[in-house]
Design a protein around this ligand. Structure first.
Ligand code: HEC
Length: 155
């Protein structure tokens, strides 16, 4: 297992992108189990497939042209893999967005397609989804995001 995964990582690195790992292994890949933060990754994966993949992509690839606002002024769904910017943000902010939706978090009349899921899923379930998303990030992105979380603690 470990040597197999290491091989894939090495190949992906040679090809210059972690997206290759995700594309190759799909959203069923549980990544680095040791980094699960004790979360239920199977439940996180199942919720992601049910409630998030339609916009963020089955392989966390996001929607086309996600960096450019559409004609209606809204942004498309960003990838949750290392090619996006989810890993730039603290756990506190990501969970807030997942619970309340982006419009409520940004405020000021900001319009967004990202709904809030706080009425649909428990806090525990949303943390499982976030933990599962994190297993798809390479070590460097995980470390960066852990530091962002440490600087912006949940109260
Ligand atoms: C209807 C489409 C849609 C669905 C379904 C959806 N999202 Fe989103 N999501 C978006 C869009 C669009 C954005 C970007 C919003 C913006 O910046 O205005 C976004 C942004 C996010 C962000 C912020 C990411 C970042 O890089 O800043 C997180 C976290 C997130 N979504 C998690 C989830 C999770 C978890 C689910 C499933 C429980 C989910 N989303 C389901 C459309 C969706």
């Amino acid at each position: 297992m470990i040597s197999g995964k290491g091989g894939l990582v090495a190949v992906a690195t040679l090809l210059g992108g972690t997206a290759v790992i995700v594309a190759g292994l799909g959203a069923g890949w549980f990544g680095d189990e040791a980094a699960s933060d004790g979360r239920d990754l199977s439940r996180g994966a199942a919720i992601y497939a049910d409630a998030c993949a339609s916009c963020h992509g089955a392989s966390l690839e996001g929607q086309a042209d996600w960096q450019t606002a559409r004609a209606d002024g809204r942004l498309s769904a960003p990838p949750h893999d290392a090619s996006g910017h989810t890993w730039h943000h603290s756990d506190r902010l990501l969970l807030d967005i997942m619970r309340r939706g982006t419009a409520a978090v940004v405020g000021g009349g900001y319009a967004s397609d990202m709904p809030g899921f706080g009425d649909v899923y428990s806090d525990d379930e949303l943390r499982d989804v976030l933990a599962w998303i994190k297993t798809h990030w390479p070590e460097r992105e995980r470390a960066f995001q852990a530091e962002a979380s440490a600087r912006d603690p949940e109260t």
